[in-house]
Design a protein around this ligand. Structure first.
Ligand code: TXA
Ligand code: MG
Length: 314
């Protein structure tokens, strides 16, 4: 049975209900189809990584339908609003400093202090975001390292039953991902070339945009540091027998003070990870945290990547 749905008002409302109740909806944008979830639902965001079989957590782009959402979400200034006025809705994504402190979006931000936002130029996407009432995070709706999807059928071929609903909007007009610019510093920096020409942005800003020499498909430095996502306390990993003075984060049948997932579900564990490290930090009376082994398959690779960096000694 196909989970592709045509573009009707009823189907968009149905899709919004799925987003609100923690499911995944693939939807068309002008660039590529996105695999969407409620940014404030870390379990749902975690399912995105599982469905894509991404070996690590990349920060995700929040898709919004109203510029005013930015005010409580990320740090803005005149330049941000001017760029938004000129280029939104459209294939231009801004990296901004994060204001929204709700920890449920930690996973979507991948632990960074920045937030990445765009307003897609597609009526189905915009209607879906409005009906859902929350920003929708969405990477391209395809398996890791495969070609980005520009039709509903591409999504179905790649993700199949891992997506609850695919809204069909025909072929994407732009067909390459959005241009990403980092606006956290004085000068705009291009992180990924995409659907908005660099020259158009330069002409509008009246300045040259710097180009990040790193790999544009990777987030800027923080995620690549050896020590990152780190709690204040010492963290010991792959522990089966914690010491008496350690606050212990369990997994599966190795139980602890808290448990990432009693049933050993890696999607649930990934969704809990950042929040549980915060809880451990608050409750580790002796300043020591230990965490049980987590297998490396599926989202386990990403979880291990995070806890390894979090445990790295200065
Ligand atoms: O056109 C698009 O942007 C599509 C549609 C669905 O909107 N989305 C998309 O998302 O391409 P994704 O997740 O496949 O690519 C987003 C890229 C990733 O390479 C990610 O590492 C980077 O943006 N990124 C996201 N947040 C970042 C941040 N705070 N700092 C640096 N890079 C970031
Ligand atoms: Mg992608």
């Amino acid at each position: 049975m196909s989970n592709i749905y045509s573009n009707t008002e009823q189907n968009i409302l149905k899709a919004a209900e799925i987003i609100k109740s923690g499911g995944l909806v693939a939807f068309p944008t002008e660039t590529v189809y996105g695999l969407g979830a409620n940014v404030y639902d870390s379990q749902a965001v975690s399912k995105i990584f599982a469905a894509k079989q991404r070996p690590k957590f990349d920060p995700l782009i929040s898709h919004i339908a109203d510029v005013d959402v930015l005010r409580n979400y990320a740090a803005t200034d005149e330049r941000v609003f001017a760029l938004a006025k000129r280029f939104w809705p459209g294939p231009l994504t801004f990296v901004l400093n994060r204001i929204e402190e709700n920890p449920s979006i930690d996973l979507a931000c991948s632990g960074l202090r920045t937030l990445t936002v765009r307003m897609p130029n597609h009526h189905i996407a915009l209607n879906l975001i409005k009906a859902s009432g929350v920003p929708i995070v969405a990477p391209s709706a395809n398996k890791y390292q495969s070609i980005s999807p520009t039709t509903a059928q591409h999504v179905a071929d790649s993700l199949g039953e891992n997506v609850d609903m695919i809204l069909d909007g025909g072929a994407c007009k732009v067909g390459v991902e959005s241009t990403i610019i980092d606006l956290t510093g004085k000068n705009a920096v291009l992180l990924r070339a995409g659907g908005t020409a660099k020259e158009d942005i330069e002409e509008f800003l009246g300045e040259k945009i710097l180009i990040n020499e790193g790999n544009p498909d990777l987030p800027t430095a923080p995620g690549q540091l050896l020590r990152h996502y780190a709690p204040r306390n010492i963290l010991r990993i792959n522990v089966t027998q914690p010491d008496d003075d350690e606050y212990f984060i369990g997994f599966g049948n190795i139980d602890g003070d808290i448990n990432l997932s009693k049933s050993g579900n890696l999607t649930e564990a990934a969704a809990n990870l950042f929040a549980f490290l915060r809880i451990a930090d608050e409750n580790a009376a002796e300043g020591k945290i230990a965490i049980a082994p987590v297998p490396y398959d599926g989202l386990g690779l990403a979880i291990n990547d995070r806890i390894r960096r979090a445990s790295y000694k200065k």
